[in-house]
Design a protein around this ligand. Structure first.
Ligand code: B12
Ligand code: SF4
Length: 481
C-alpha cells in the first residue's frame, strides 16, 4: 500500500513562548520513523511528511500526488488541533483513504479524539510497530480489524477497543528508524539541545522505573534494553552516512542498567568512534566509575530532571529522590568532566512563589552548563492530570493547544500560586541564572563549537526579551498598587 506518515503542520509559535522562539528547532519524530521502517519492511511504499516544513495545503497536495491509500498521523495532545483539520481535509479530498493516528496524545485519550471527528478510522494505542503493520495488512487484505490487538476502531457506529497489545519483548528485532525517508538536511536542533551539528537522535532503551506525578509512562516501568552492539551499529551508521558529530539519546532512564551502559561505552571505544553524546539520567542511578566510563566514550552532557529545590515538592511529585542525591550526582558528574543540563518546573501543587525562588537558588548552586525552567503541564494519562480532573491540585486549561510546557501561558495553575507568578518565576529563573559573571565566564571558556557561539547569541536574545517582559510586568504591577 502507499502510506503517507505525517507530522501535522506546526511551527515554533505553536510550541514555544515568544521569548524563546528564536532558540527553537525541529527534530524528526523517532516514533514515526520506527513506524515508517517497519511498514517499509512489510513491503509498503512510504511518504514521510514533516509538518514543520509544509503548510496544510502543500501537505494535502503531496498526499494527493502520492496517491496515498492510507495516512498515519503522529499525535501529541498539543498538536491535535493541527492534526484534526488536516485529517478531515485529506478524507474529504480522498474519501477512500484509510486514516489512523498514534503517539502519546492518541494513546492517552483515544475515545475523545475518535469521537471528535468522523474522518478518523482507527487509533493505534501504545507502542505502534506491530499494531501498525497488522492494521495495514488487514486494511489491505480486507481483513477484520477486530482481530488486530491494540486498536480503537469503529464497529457498527460504536467505538470498540480491541484487546490490548503487549509491549515488544525484543527491541533488537526492530529495524533502525527510517531516517533516510526524512528530509534530514532540513531538520535542526534547538540551540540549547546540542553542542554541535550535525546531530542525530537515538534510543537505546524504552521504559522508566520512576513514577513521577506529571509523567506519562507509555512504556511502563520495565525497562527494555537494546543490544549495545546494535546501538553502536546505529551510531556508526549515522556517523558514516550523515556525518553525525553528536547523538542525543532520548531514553527516559539511560543509566538504569550499568552493564548496558558499560557495554555501549566499550563498543564505542573498541570501534574508535569519534562522536559526542548526551543522555538523560536519574540522579539516583549514577556512580563515579560509570560516569568516568561514559566520559571516556564521548558523553559530554547529562540531563538530570531536578524539578524543584524544595524536598517537600520533590515528594509531592513522587520523584523518589532527595536534594542530597541530586547535589551529589551533579557534583560527581562535573568532577569527571561531564557537563550537566538540569531542568526545573514551577507550579507544583502546593508550591508558593517563595518556594519557586528557592528552586532558582538551588539551580544556581548546582551550576549546570545549561538549564530549562518549565511550567508544570498535566498531560492526559498522567496521575497529575487525573487528579486535577477530580478537583485536586489546581485548575487547568481544557484547551489541548495549551498543553505545552514551553508556552508563554501555563496550562495548569496550582491552588497555591497564580498564573502570573508561575510565568514570573520562569523569567526570573533565567535572568538570575544567566546574569552571573561567574557563570558567563564558565560558558565563554567552554565554547565547544561555532554552533555554540550561535546558540549563545540566540540565548542572549531570549534573555533580553525576558528582561523586557519582566520590566513591563513590574511596571504594570506598580501601576496597580
Ligand atoms: C524525543 C522527544 C521530543 C523531541 C523529538 C520530537 C518528536 N516529535 O518526537 C523534541 C525535543 C523535538 C520534542 C518536542 C516536543 N515534545 Co517531546 N518528547 C520526546 C520524548 C522524550 C521521546 C519520544 C520518543 O521518541 N520516544 C520513543 C518512540 C519510539 O516512542 P513514541 O514517540 O511513543 O512512538 C511510539 C508510539 O507512540 C507510536 N506512535 C508514535 N507516533 C505514531 C504515529 C502513528 C501514525 C502510529 C500508528 C503510531 C505512532 O508508535 C511509536 C513506536 O512504538 C517524549 C517522552 C518520552 N520519553 O517518550 C517527549 C514527549 C512526546 N514530548 C512531549 C511534548 C509535549 C513535546 C513538545 C510539545 C514540547 C513543548 N514545547 O511543550 C514538543 C513538540 C514538538 C513536536 N512537533 O513534536 C510530551 C507529549 C505529551 C502529550 N501527551 O502530548 C512527551 C510525552 C514528554 C512529556 N512531557 O511527557 N519531543
Ligand atoms: S524519571 Fe523521568 S521518565 Fe521516569 S517517571 Fe520520572 S519523569 Fe518519567
Amino acid at each position: 500500500m502507499r502510506i503517507a506518515l505525517v507530522v501535522p503542520p506546526w511551527g515554533p509559535d505553536d510550541i514555544r513562548a515568544k521569548d524563546t522562539r528564536g532558540i527553537s528547532g525541529c527534530w524528526p519524530t523517532p516514533g514515526l520513523q520506527y513506524i515508517a521502517a517497519v511498514l517499509r519492511d512489510a513491503g509498503h511504499e512510504i511518504l514521510f511528511l514533516e509538518g514543520f516544513f509544509y503548510g496544510n495545503e502543500e501537505m494535502l497536495q503531496k498526499t494527493i500526488d502520492f496517491r496515498a491509500q492510507a495516512i498515519g498521523v503522529y499525535v501529541i495532545s498539543l498538536l491535535w488541533d493541527k492534526a484534526k483539520p488536516f485529517i478531515e481535509e485529506v478524507k474529504e479530498s480522498i474519501p477512500s483513504i484509510f486514516t489512523f493516528i498514534g503517539g502519546h496524545g492518541a494513546t492517552a485519550m483515544p475515545e475523545s479524539l475518535m469521537k471528535s471527528t468522523s474522518a478518523l478510522d482507527a487509533i493505534v494505542i501504545g507502542e505502534g510497530e506491530i499494531t501498525s503493520t497488522e492494521l495495514i495488512s488487514a486494511v489491505e487484505s480486507g481483513g477484520d480489524l477486530k482481530e488486530v490487538k491494540g486498536l480503537l476502531i469503529r464497529d457498527e457506529g460504536e467505538l470498540l477497543r480491541t484487546p490490548p497489545r503487549k509491549m515488544i519483548e525484543n527491541l533488537d528485532k526492530l529495524p533502525f528508524p527510517a531516517v533516510d525517508l526524512c528530509e534530514m538536511d532540513r531538520y535542526y536542533p534547538s540551540f540549547e539541545q546540542v553542542s554541535t551539528v550535525p546531530a542525530m537522535q537515538m534510543l537505546a532503551s524504552r521504559g522508566c522505573t520512576g513514577s513521577c506525578l506529571y509523567c506519562y509512562k507509555m512504556y511502563g516501568s520495565n525497562i527494555r534494553l537494546r543490544d549495545p552492539g546494535l546501538v553502536v551499529d546505529e551510531m556508526e551508521y549515522y556517523i558514516n552516512n550523515y556525518g553525525t558529530r553528536e547523538i542525543k539519546f532520548w531514553d527516559e532512564h539511560f543509566t538504569h542498567d550499568h552493564e548496558h551502559v558499560y557495554g555501549i561505552c566499550d563498543e564505542i571505544l573498541k570501534r574508535g568512534l569519534k562522536v559526542r553524546w548526551w543522555v538523560s539520567a536519574r540522579a539516583d542511578s549514577v556512580d563515579r566509575p560509570l560516569l568516568a566510563a561514559m566520559k571516556k566514550a564521548g558523553c559530554w552532557c547529562i540531563n538530570y530532571g531536578v524539578e524543584s529545590g524544595v524536598q517537600k515538592h520533590l515528594d509531592t511529585l513522587i520523584k523518589d529522590e532527595t536534594l542530597e542525591q541530586i547535589r551529589a550526582a551533579v557534583k560527581l558528574t562535573h568532577s569527571v568532566g561531564i557537563k550537566t543540563h538540569t531542568t526545573y518546573i514551577f507550579g507544583i501543587p502546593g508550591e508558593t512563589f517563595e518556594d519557586g525562588l528557592k528552586t532558582i537558588e538551588f539551580a544556581k548552586e548546582l551550576g549546570s552548563f545549561t538549564v530549562e525552567f518549565f511550567p508544570i503541564t498535566p498531560f492526559p494519562g498522567t496521575p497529575l492530570y487525573k487528579g486535577v480532573r477530580k478537583g485536586f491540585f489546581g485548575t487547568m486549561s481544557e484547551n489541548l493547544s495549551d498543553q505545552g510546557m514551553l508556552l508563554d501561558r501555563p496550562c495548569f495553575v496550582p491552588f497555591s500560586m497564580t498564573a502570573g507568578e508561575i510565568m514570573e518565576l520562569r523569567r526570573l529563573a533565567y535572568i538570575k541564572y544567566f546574569f552571573r559573571p561567574k557563570f558567563l565566564f564558565y560558558r565563554l571558556v567552554n565554547i565547544m563549537s561555532p554552533f555554540q557561539v550561535r546558540a549563545m547569541f540566540h540565548g542572549a536574545m531570549s534573555l533580553l526579551s525576558m528582561v523586557g517582559e519582566q520590566i513591563s510586568a513590574l511596571w504594570k504591577k506598580s501601576k496597580h498598587q
